[in-house]
Design a binder for this molecule. Structure first.
Ligand code: ZN
Length: 196
């Protein structure tokens, strides 16, 4: 049994963050306790609040603290277009181009069978239900142009087409291997216009 169970528990908790190993966790814990106790309290309360309030949007699966997120609730959007993206960051990238007025479905990830991430983990079932609302006429697959993003687009495309939906994919021009989030806006806007 450790002499400092509370400190050990803090280091163990920090290690749960992606990319944080034992050494970094130790350094973070020391930093917070030694230099930034106020910051530590803010982190604690922000986490507490977020976990209690933030959940998935009932329509597009992104994070929101309301029943329906702001974009889904906006009356100005074209409900005939549904764009499927991997992350809220990719959604923001598309929004910044200013050239898309449809709605979204956010997968919150992409298929990665080796990591145990299958269709259920990326909300495939919710997507199929969402796309079959009777208003959606075209589903635009805007997953990344990485191997996993392409595989995700392929699997979703098959499932959506099997339900009689029209499916398009962002055009090439977005560099292979790239995450949408890091692609320049003009390129994304073009890929959107040239989708097929
Ligand atoms: Zn939404």
């Amino acid at each position: 049994m450790s002499a400092e169970p509370t400190l050990d528990a803090l280091v163990e908790a920090l290690r749960r963050l992606p990319g944080v190993g034992a050494k970094s966790a130790q350094r973070m814990a020391v930093h917070l306790l030694q230099h930034d106790r106020d910051g530590a309290r803010r982190i604690a309360s922000a986490l507490e609040e977020s976990v209690a309030r933030v959940h998935h949007c009932a329509r597009c699966h992104t994070f929101t603290e309301h029943e329906i997120c702001a974009i889904c609730a906006s009356p100005g959007r074209d409900a005939r277009l549904l764009c499927v993206v991997e992350t809220p960051a990719d959604q923001s990238a598309l929004e910044r181009t200013g050239s898309y007025r449809g709605l979204y479905f956010v997968l919150m990830g992409r298929l990665s069978p080796l990591d145990g991430i299958g269709p259920d983990q990326v909300g495939a079932r919710e997507l199929l239900a969402r796309a079959a609302d009777g208003q959606v006429e075209e589903v635009i697959l805007a997953t990344s142009f990485t191997a996993e993003g392409e595989a995700t687009a392929h699997v979703l495309s098959q499932a959506l087409k099997a339900r009689g939906l029209r499916v398009t994919r962002l055009a090439r021009g977005v560099p292979i291997g790239s995450e949408l989030e890091y692609v320049d806006l003009g390129t994304i806007a073009h890929a959107l216009v040239d989708r097929r």
